[in-house]
Every structure is written in C-alpha cells, then in structure tokens.
Design a binder for this molecule. Sequence first.
Ligand SMILES: C[S@@+](CC[C@H](N)C(=O)[O-])C[C@H]1O[C@@H](n2cnc3c(N)ncnc32)[C@H](O)[C@@H]1O
Length: 277
Amino acid sequence: MTYLMEHKDEEARLEIKTDPEVVKRQAAWAGIKPGMRVLDVGCGIGKTTAALAELVGPAGQVVGLDYSAKRLALAQERYGSDRIRFIHHDIRTPFHSSPPFDAVWARFILEYFRHDQLAIVGNITASLGLGGIACLVDSDCNSLLHHGQDERLQKTLEDIMGRLARDHDFDAYAGRRLFGHLRSLGFHDISCRIEPHHLIYGELSTVDAYNWTRKIEQSARVSGCTFDEYAGEEFSRYPSRYDAFVAECTRFFTSPERFSYTPLVICRGLKTPQLVR
Ligand SMILES: C[S@@+](CC[C@H](N)C(=O)[O-])C[C@H]1O[C@@H](n2cnc3c(N)ncnc32)[C@H](O)[C@@H]1O
C-alpha cells in the first residue's frame, strides 16, 4: 500500500513540521544518550536522524531507515556522514543489524499500519541488542479533538479518519496501542508519557497553518470522502462539496476562538534476554 502522505510536497512538509529540539527532548526522555548507536525508523528526509545524531554526540552513530528512495537521497545529501548513514528498507520485513543497535526510535510511523503494527514493532526491534531501548511515538485521536467547530465539520473529519482506517490501514488511535505492543513483545521497564503534538489556540502560527492545510487536504483527497455534509443549498456558491469543506476548515482553523489538540504518546521499554521474538 502506498504511504498515505505521499505527495510532491511531502519532503517540504516533513522539513517544516519537524522540530529537532522536540526530537532530542523526547529521545533523551526515552534514555537515548551520548555514545549510543541508534536506528531511526521511517526517517524520511533525515531531519530526525540528524537530531538524534546530535544527542548521541561524536562517539555515537545513527542509521536512518526508510523505503522512499527520494527522501533517502535528500537525507544522504543533507546529513550523510561517517556517523549518520541511511539505509533503504521496507519495515514490513524484519531488519537485522550486526552489531545490534542500543536504541530503536520509531516516531509517526506505526500509525500507517493499523493491522500490522505488532509485527512491524517485531521487525524493527529485531535489530536491537539485549537491554537496548525501543521508543515508539505516535499520535492518539489524530486530528479529531477540537472545540468551536461546526458539527458537520466534526462529522466529516470523523468520516475521513474512518475511511482512512478502513481503506488505507491508517490508525488515528495508534498512540494508545504502543504500550500493548511493547508489553506483548516482552519488553520490560516500560514507561509512557503524553504530551501535546498539536495544541492550537488563539492566533494561528504559520507553521500550524501550513501543517493543518497539508494534512487535511491530503487526507481528505486520499480518503474518498464524498463530503455529504456540504451538499445543501447554503453551499451552492462553492465549485464542489470538497471546496465547501476546505473553506469551512480554513474558517475554523484561522479563527482565534478555536481550540485544537492532538495528544502524542511516547512509550519506551527495554529488550529482555527472554524476548519472544
Ligand atoms: C511521517 S514520515 C516520517 C516521520 C519522522 N519519523 C518524524 O518523526 O518526523 C513517515 C515515513 O515513513 C516512511 N515509510 C512508510 N512506510 C514505510 C515502510 N513500509 N518501510 C519503511 N519506511 C516507510 C515514509 O516514506 C516516510 O518517510
């Protein structure tokens, strides 16, 4: 199945949305330290890989893994070095490494595999050494928690997420499942924390405006949603129901009255000698 967010502007979106300081803070919380050898799963354009490389310092190494040749080429060109390498791999098959990694970091990747998440966690942690850290990071209730929106907008967002789950294997609730994956794979010393991925109120920043527009437009387009909530006479001035939906989204998100958030679940655990896989 094609990556849900595949689009000519995906590299630009990843560039704009990724804050290296946030990655470093989250990874430090997970226990990733100077000197470690880390695997960055679903590394995209490598911006997260470079942030992890800063955290592990000159004595550490980071390998970025992705199956997009285009994004990997960009990552290699921007960040490739002795300490930062990039490998082409499809995580639907196990990834092994010798020597094994001290930590495996997987952020915003499991949500694209609603049905095979557990198998994928097994595939990526096959490369982790005993006692190594697995850190899984994903949103929960992705794009669904708002206040101040019209009911038809909420219904349409839920319809879009439902279709993405049914037809595109997308999991808007991946965050709440991370603990269960590590637990059922036998990881120990599991810790979880929640922080806001988006927390938007008052004036909309340029970065949030860009992120929401790209995310909503791409999801809406790919989902096959028919935007039935926008079929009435009151929307006849728009060229299509989709345009009426986008106009309403824009009105909602640009209003300083609205309140929107998406929780981010960060879950880390240690690989045990008795690990099941
Ligand atoms: C949302 S982006 C990257 C996010 C990045 N990890 C971060 O924290 O910002 C997801 C990445 O996963 C990659 N991806 C999707 N399916 C994959 C697969 N089956 N194997 C490897 N990479 C995959 C995509 O190419 C994309 O670059």
